[in-house]
Design a binder for this molecule. Sequence first.
Ligand code: PEP
Ligand code: MG
Length: 745
Amino acid sequence: MKNVIQQLSHIVQEVSLASTYEQKVALMVESISEAMLVDVCSLYLLNKEGEMLLLATHGLAASAVRTVKLPAGAGLVGLVASTRHPVNIADAEKHPAYLYIAETQEERYHGFCAIPLVFGGRVIGVLVVQSSEKRQFSKNEEGFLVTLGAQLAVLLANYPISAEDMELSARVAGVKGSPGVAIGYSYLCDHGELYEVSDSPCLDIESTISEWHALVKWVSNQIDDEKRSLGKDVGEGVSGIFNAYKMLLNDPAFVAEVEHNIRDNNWLPGALKLAILHFSEVFLAMEDPYLQARHEDIHHLGNKLFNAWKGTRASTHEVDVDIVLVGQQVSISDIASVAANRLKGILCFGGSGLSHTAVLANSLGVPAVMGTGRIGGLIDGQLLIVDGDQAQVHISPNKVLLNEYRKIIRESKALTRQLRNLRQEPAETTDKQEIRLYTNTGLLTDISPGLNNGAQGVGLYRTEIPFLIRDSFPSEDEQVNVYRQVLEAYDGKPVFMRTLDIGGDKQLPYFPIQNEENPALGWRGIRFSLDNNQLLMTQVRAMLRASERSNNLQILLPMVTSIQEIEQFKEILDDACVQLGSEGYVIVKPRLGIMIEVPALIAQIPFLAGKVDFISIGSNDLSQYLLALDRNNARVASRYDHVHPGVLLEIKRILESAKVQNIPVSLCGEMAADPVAVVILLGMGMRTLSMSAAKLLYIKKLIRSISIAQAEEIADRALQLNHPDQIRKLVGDELKKLGLAELIR
Ligand code: PEP
Ligand code: MG
């Protein structure tokens, strides 16, 4: 076997690009047989009944496929699955565990090597190769199969294995992103696919070059159309990104480079991929940060061209259908580019429930499922059900399933209508303890739901969102205009405005923070702002000017690690007040608070007295850092739970420590909208919560159904437990006893 790494990546790429699951498994066994020069390659996957089903084979009798089912533990395949260990023997028949199955006609084969396929800690199948000669496979061959199996298991994890699944609908499991159920048509976002294309010979060079020129023209017109329609809906910021696409598309050097690659005997997608990679490297190496940032646009443009070439975008421009955005990561600009009343759901192949895409989906009340892994073969315009409550997506569902889900949507609307009666009611426990309920916002379009649902203020205004949907930093006047709309809409109520929190998974398209090995621990939040204090000064001045009439601004600092950062910020704030005073503005200095997201700050709370007016717990990042679990990594998403005892006990410590210093505490992460977490938080003494508007009335209903004494008793018991699942079960059962089962579907 030559070029092992190349062979491996070739097989994985080919398989992941296959459009149907059947093609995937057929390709898998064919290409492994070819690469390893073996007579047989077979794939067995575990079915719901616990049997190993022969799903694909190269070499065994074709009639055995989907017919042969080995009971748990039976035969050599069963042995590999139960021991999670390869079996590699020269003559299979001689092994005591050998089980002869006539349908496969495998008596001709002797050499046998099988490895377990494991995903998420669970054996999901077994991959077998066989040879007619009596020979043991070499260590290298066995290693190749083990390595390949580890990669292929990811692609097989969601295989719709039963015939019933195949016929009726394909169900794909992921992790919870945002609750609720949505039905809509898939709309693929452009992320990454072009890079999966392999090079391939070009069959007709001249006609491919003509095809390339026609493609450039077609996409150029498409961009003009998109720009026109987006210009109306989301303003100049987003449409400016399209100007950058046009600029690159009209660049003769770019067009010529693709042409050159075609002449070098590469097919169009391969030629395009090489040119896009080359151009993005050129831009990345530029010194000017603006030009450097254009490399992102080059990637997006590449995928746009590729998608247009595949012809998959043609059907998606009807704006009158309900849309489910689908992509590896669905970006904020993808979200902003769909009319709000048409965006029904989000499906992300990557990410977790705490990715910013999920946070945004929550704030918009759009159901989302994250971290499903790439779903090959999904094209634009396919009917999808996004079940954000059960973390699953149904692709092309049958009528029965559709009706079932339509019923769930109707019931949930009825519950929302019923909850609407609570809008004017106080958020008060049954023993009359008032709880302050605020809303989280960031987009101008999501201001009114908070007000409509009785929010007592904005507990977290994420200022980075207006920054993210533009193609350059907004000016002071532009920021004043955006902030003023929020502050004035909440006149008489507090608005906690957070300074720019970019970095990590929130990258500005026009100022990407590159080359960080560990972005979550890098140039983020206040660290970035203090190092770029010219941007911070503009932002603070804009906030102060915007609050001149309403006087309800409170400033919140993200990702604070040390007291020195607070002091440095205060100098900027003082300076901004002085500057604006001398310019004739009448400024009242706002209250200043910090987010507790970095664990190091917890021990420093005793030193915060007199330095900050309030604390807001950012439980998303705090959990990420306490648990050392990347909030964006689908592979560890199932381990991430903010009701982990380690997180709860630290929040308890924050509440106790802040009480001693007389510093008010609130919580504005996703935990504030999780009924199980809210019971424990109330029991630990939390009295102010900020959440997405869509969740306000649900949480109000919970608060009005429980007493502080009950919450304290439940929290005490919960804190004795060691595992998040046990905590969820305990509190979930108590919520059911209170008649609140509907809150935790
Ligand atoms: C948090 O970390 O909990 C938080 C509210 O901030 P963000 O989700 O925007 O990082
Ligand atoms: Mg945060």
